[in-house]
Design a protein around this ligand. Structure first.
Ligand SMILES: [Fe+2]
Ligand SMILES: [Fe+2]
Length: 260
């Protein structure tokens, strides 16, 4: 069985690419399920119900997020009626939404999807992701064999440590947030598929999805600037994970890069 994973979808350009390419990729790789991180989908920052519904119509089953999830204020209410959208599980307990769920795979069986956020170079008021994931795995261990985790984090060290911490306990961990795909996809020694970051769905001619000159100006002058989202030259980055649905162990992981 195979699942398709898509990195941070940025703005309208990213949304268009997903709508065109996800149906094709699902068919090409024969994927029965798709998970995408969409924390940058609405105007480049945050999510809206309308935007996530367009992803669902394109064949994305579950949507994960990260530090930008509440940037569109309307989503603080909207998330309550969207069971297929996850916010990081280790956010403070008072935040709306949920951090993990067990979902039906259309061709049979169930899959547990968990969203976590790191603590290095990311601000949030939540829990340690390592202790949090240990308690979640305790809760779900008898309910799902197949467990996939989006660890939304900046530091490669934190993500690699998490992958090793989870090796053998879950089917796959993929990283998001940096918007840059890493070339370290692998099956870890105890059967967990791993990639530090799957990358983004955004412009190749940008600084992680935003206007090059504006970002460079901030770095050279120190002055804040408006970072326009770039909607052209869109590249989709993701991965396909193959697994045994009986054991929940990964069999393979392949990186994907496609131009729109
Ligand atoms: Fe992020
Ligand atoms: Fe992002």
């Amino acid at each position: 069985m195979k699942i398709l994973i898509i990195g941070d979808i940025v703005g309208k350009g990213g949304r268009k690419a997903v709508c065109k390419l996800v149906p094709e990729l699902r068919k090409e790789f024969n994927c029965c399920f798709c998970i995408a991180n969409a924390e940058n989908i609405a105007g480049g920052s945050g999510l809206t119900k309308k935007c996530v519904e367009s992803l669902r119509n394109a064949g994305v089953d579950i949507i994960t997020s990260g530090d930008h999830i509440w940037k569109q204020k309307i989503f603080i209410e909207e998330i309550r009626s969207l069971p297929y959208v996850l916010r990081p599980a280790n956010f403070h307990i008072d935040q709306p939404g949920k951090g993990y769920g067990i979902f039906n795979i259309p061709i049979g069986g169930v899959i547990c999807v968990i969203n976590l956020i790191g603590r290095i170079f990311i601000q949030h008021h939540g829990d340690n992701p390592f202790t949090k994931i240990a308690s979640i795995l305790e809760e779900v261990k008898d309910k799902a064999n197949v467990i996939i985790i989006d660890f939304h984090a900046e530091a490669t060290s934190e993500k690699i440590a998490m992958g090793r911490f989870l090796d053998g306990k879950i089917t796959a961990m993929f990283g998001t947030h940096t918007h840059v795909q890493t070339a370290d996809e692998q099956i870890l020694p105890n059967g967990t598929a791993y990639i530090t970051d799957v990358g983004m769905v955004g412009s190749r001619e940008s600084v992680i999805g935003r206007d090059i000159n504006a970002v460079v100006k901030t770095f050279t002058s120190g002055m804040p600037s408006h970072y326009k989202v770039i909607e052209s030259n869109i590249q989709l980055c993701g991965a396909v994970v193959e697994f045994d649905p009986q054991t929940g162990k990964a069999i393979g992981i392949e990186r994907i890069i496609r131009n729109l």
